[in-house]
Ligand binder design. Structure first.
Ligand code: CDP
Length: 250
């Protein structure tokens, strides 16, 4: 384990135009999803996106605790996003920080539109997300994981939600920014994490950190939608894999 932080390379694109890890501008990092990985959760998912390792456990719809949070006309969705202390280079405090609270809220907002919460008054759907290893884009991978964990519970959903980011680095627009790429540009790269509801052709999350022109924004939206479709295919594959091999009636 190096004692000093890894130094950043001088250029972020190779001579042939590919990225440091060999990807083209429109390529995702390796993405592997497994559902049903936690025996004691109602639904669960493991997302390996690049070097991110993120696990989500979903429960419900179940009684709300504390009870005063319950709503008599609808169910609620409660998301808890946490980073393990060993998930990043510098030890992260085990106490949930402001960033974790913000990401919990953001992931919830991204997932809510695909649920029929009004059909489950007085109940909650709880999703606990733990980042085991972080490699940039954990909020997007958490959206992907939470949607799969909820789908794995078997409740009706309008769509899946696929998380993916698009960024602008060295004035070039690239899909699925890695941690190294994000940290490369001095003053910070432009990063736009997005959650895509592919079948609805809608976005349920769009954050933007940095500055871009309107034309670049449109280009980024197109690229990230295509990225969302790739993530969505992997989500479907993972769910199919589980349900096509599971013993029925056990
Ligand atoms: O993870 P995401 O890109 O959605 O959120 P971020 O707040 O923009 O963080 C970017 C990256 O910084 C994370 O994915 C981690 O790899 C890293 N990070 C870290 O090293 N230490 C932290 N305490 C928080 C984030």
């Amino acid at each position: 384990m190096p004692l000093l932080p890894e130094s950043l390379p001088e250029t972020i694109f190779k001579d042939d135009g590919t990225r440091l890890d060999g990807r083209k501008f429109n390529e995702l990092r390796d993405l592997h999803i497994e559902v049903g990985v936690l025996k004691n959760a109602d639904g669960s998912a493991l997302v390996c996106h690049g070097k991110n390792r993120i696990i989500a456990g979903a429960y419900g719809p179940r009684e709300v605790h504390p009870r005063h949070l319950a709503k008599s006309d609808t169910g609620i969705l409660q998301i808890s996003y946490r980073m393990a202390t060993f998930s990043v280079g510098e030890r992260k405090s085990p106490v949930p920080g402001r960033r974790e609270k913000e990401i919990s809220m953001v992931v919830g907002k991204a997932i809510e539109p695909v649920l029929f919460l009004e059909q489950y008054p007085n109940t909650t759907i709880d999703v606990f997300i733990t980042v085991l290893t972080a490699d940039g884009g954990t909020r997007c991978a958490s959206v992907t994981a939470a949607a799969c964990a909820i789908a794995d519970m078997g409740i009706p959903m309008k769509d899946l939600v696929a998380g993916v980011a698009v960024g602008k680095i060295a004035n070039r627009i690239i899909l699925d920014v890695s941690d190294k790429e994000d940290k490369w540009e001095k003053g910070g790269a432009t990063d736009m994490p997005v959650a895509v509801m592919v079948n609805q052709k809608q976005y349920s999350l769009l954050q933007l950190d940095g500055s871009i022109t309107v034309e670049q924004f449109e280009e980024m939206l197109d690229l990230v939608f295509e990225g969302g479709k790739l993530v969505y295919e992997k989500q479907k594959e993972a769910l199919r894999r589980k349900y096509s091999t599971e013993d029925v009636g056990r």
